[in-house]
Every structure is written in structure tokens, then in C-alpha cells.
Design a protein. Sequence first.
Length: 80
Amino acid sequence: MHQTREWFPYVGPFDPCPPIRVKTFSTGPQLFIPFQPPNLPQFTREEALKLGTLWPALYSPYTPQNKAAMGKETESIARK
């Protein structure tokens, strides 16, 4: 199941800025698992520590929308 959803906001005829026709948002996997089923598969300890969860069903990778901006931001922090 995809965790990224999209919606189409209203674009008014008199909006002063260029419209953003499609906006996206992320939904967490915990929204789709109402209770913890028994015998869920588990990551190894090392994988769980690296990924931040023990269960693959609850893993949600983070991918920034603007990777170029994230890189510049990280560089400026590293220089300080």
C-alpha cells in the first residue's frame, strides 16, 4: 500500500500566486493496522535499530520532497 497520497486543491481565478495543482502528504502505516496481529515478521536487531522499528509492516521510509534544498541545508549546518 502506498503511503504517499495526493489531493487537488481548489485553484481560484484571482489567486495572486502560481497555483500548486497537486499536493502530496504522507500517511503512516499505523493508520492501516488497527491492532497488532500475532506473529508479525520482525527485522533483525541491527536492522530494527537502523530503520527505527521492529516490524516491517510499520516501516515508513522518509524521502524529502526537495532533496536539493535538504543537501544545501545540511552543508550549511556542517560548516558552522
